[in-house]
Ligand binder design. Structure first.
Ligand code: GLC
Length: 556
């Protein structure tokens, strides 16, 4: 495998509006991020992904972009961005931006011009279609509910397509002029010194421009989730991604991580093979077993054994092909500790053991802000505390399904994207040190004891465990094994354990994380040496015993 500069890195996702507010307006901003870059450096982070900071009306918190080359005033100015880049260079931190080009915002000037004159060039940057027999052009359902079609303002029978909110019109990738504009914009950011992109919802660009009807799915509204079209049109997306790769990314050796679902042995080479469309893609295997159901209320609790099965399958699929980005949570998910672990381990012990797995699987791990202190889901008390448009749509789905408001709230507390969007917990002062103003989003109730400052002062904290894990990833003796070593699954003795080997050229590591109640024992060589443990771990002559909620990394 050809070695690349990003292979051994540890990455971190910042959700700007919730990270650090420097001016007291209740929203996180660029100056706040710059102020905290040394903190990330201290943790050991190499690469930082910024969720969107572009000019946006904020309908989907910045994933609706009105100007791709301007900073939203909420986050600051272009000078603030340049200062952030300057600081990052000084600290040797790479910065990647969110590339949101399946759609833009209905406030983008392209869309405004298109609506004003559906015959103009900009109209061809979108999917404008005539209605059929007084109805929308087809029966696909948007990701945030309702039809993917809305009427072009002022038109009787002309619709535009949006796979997400109606304020997020989809861009027509079949149009070469549009693609050129996108590539020019990407180059403009790369020229500013960013190291690459996290590529948002990109498989949605795979469309069938005839927009046929699809078989209705079980939700019962006669519609079918729009993902069904993308699944059929992977080849279309591949064609455009290939071009983007050849034209922009490859010549600059930029890093990209794709938000790509449905990884399988047929598409993996094209995604992340030696000359694949992306440098890496997120591993969403565990997430996808939940989201395969068409509404939050249908999600089932994922047993640890299932988490293990799907995570290990991804590892085995990619061993010989390329790189995944292991994640346990991001801004579109609830907290990983709360989602994937049994209630007994929704605490610091569980967070450490899960972190051990996340950071030592093969790949470029992404830590989401707050994960490094073991943040769990918080307790939202009313529907009004949820900000995300998807939360409100899912709440309505629950009610329409016959659930009570109380039950709907309980489901949102488990599944909502807002769970990961609550402010970062810096210390035990007002608003957890996030803001001196009124935070845009409720602050996690545990902040008086669960915060960065307290954990940095406590050598036994989740934070210090993450720091030690990252240091281990960088340790010259093990770096090569952790980066390139083959993943090999070990058996699961109690139905709650993730155990695996990382087999490198110079050495082999054994990683065990036990999420059961009782302990598990694995045979080892008598030369085995513990490199890092959490919880209770006992090394015997030829075996290691790992108690519930504990983890061990051994050099065999
Ligand atoms: C991606 C983003 C998500 C956003 C969606 C539409 O899935 O991660 O936050 O809502 O795309 O842009």
């Amino acid at each position: 495998m050809r070695r690349q500069w990003w292979h051994g890195l540890t990455a971190y996702q910042i959700y700007p509006r919730s990270f650090r507010d420097s001016n007291g307006d209740g929203y996180g901003d660029l100056q706040g991020i710059t102020e905290k870059l040394p903190y990330l450096k201290e943790l050991g982070i190499d690469l930082v992904w910024l969720s969107p900071i572009y000019k946006s009306p904020g309908i989907d918190n910045g994933y609706d972009i009105a100007d791709y080359q301007a900073i939203d005033p909420l986050f600051g100015t272009m000078e603030d961005f340049d200062a952030l880049m300057e600081k990052a260079r000084e600290l040797n931190l790479k910065i990647i931006m969110d590339l949101v080009v399946n759609h833009c915002s209905s406030e983008h000037e392209w869309f405004k011009k298109a609506c004003a004159d559906p015959g103009c060039e900009e109209a061809s940057y979108f999917y404008f279609r005539e209605g059929r027999n007084g109805h929308e052009p087809n029966n696909l359902r948007a990701n945030f509910g309702g039809s993917i079609w809305d009427k072009v303002p002022g038109q009787d029978n002309l619709y535009y397509c949006h796979f997400f909110a109606k304020e997020q019109p989809d861009l027509n990738w079949f149009n070469p002029k549009l693609r050129e504009k996108i590539y020019a914009m990407m180059n403009w950011w790369l020229d500013k010194g960013i190291a690459g992109f996290r590529v948002d919802a990109i498989m949605c660009i795979g469309k069938d421009p005839t927009f046929p009807d699809f078989e209705p799915d079980p939700l019962g509204d006669g519609r079918c989730g729009c993902g069904a079209m993308n699944e059929r049109c992977n080849d279309v997306a591949d064609r455009f991604l290939r071009e983007m790769h050849e034209r922009v990314l490859k010549p600059r050796n930029a890093f990209t991580v794709g938000e790509v679902f449905c990884l399988n042995k047929n598409n993996i080479e094209r995604f992340i093979g030696e000359d694949g469309n992306f440098s890496a893609i997120f591993d969403f295997a565990a997430r996808e077993t939940l989201t395969a159901h068409c509404a939050y209320f249908a999600y089932e609790k994922l047993p640890v054994s299932k988490y293990r099965e799907v995570t290990f399958r991804s590892q085995e699929l990619t061993n010989d092909v390329g790189f995944l980005c292991p994640v346990i949570e991001n801004h579109d998910e609830p907290r990983g500790v709360s989602t994937y672990l049994p209630p007994l381990w929704h605490n610091a012990r569980g967070a450490k053991a899960l972190g051990t797995v996340n950071l030592l699987l093969r790949g470029v791990p992404f830590i989401y802000e707050g994960q490094e202190i073991g943040m769990t889901n918080s307790r939202f008390d009313t529907i009004y505390e949820f900000k995300d448009l998807q939360s409100h749509d899912e709440y309505q789905k629950c009610l329409a399904h016959g659930l009570s408001e109380y039950e709907a709230l309980r489901i949102l507390n488990d599944e909502a994207r807002d769970q990961c969007r609550t402010p970062m917990l810096w210390d035990d002062t007002l608003n957890a040190g996030f803001s001196t103003g009124i935070p845009w989003m409720r602050v996690h109730q545990d902040y008086p004891h669960l915060n960065v400052k307290a954990q940095m002062a406590d050598p036994d904290s989740v934070w210090h465990h993450y720091k030690a894990l990252i240091a281990l990833r960088k340790n010259p003796e093990f770096k090569d094994t952790i980066t390139y070593g083959r993943f090999k699954a070990l058996p699961d003795p109690n139905g709650h354990t993730l155990a695996f080997l990382r087999e490198g050229e110079r050495n082999t590591l054994m990683v065990i994380a036990n999420f059961g109640e009782g302990s598990v024992t694995f045979d080892t060589y008598d030369t085995a040496r513990p490199l890092l443990t959490s919880g209770e771990v006992h090394l015997n002559a030829h075996s290691v015993t790992v108690a519930g909620g504990s983890s061990a990394v051994l050099l065999l």
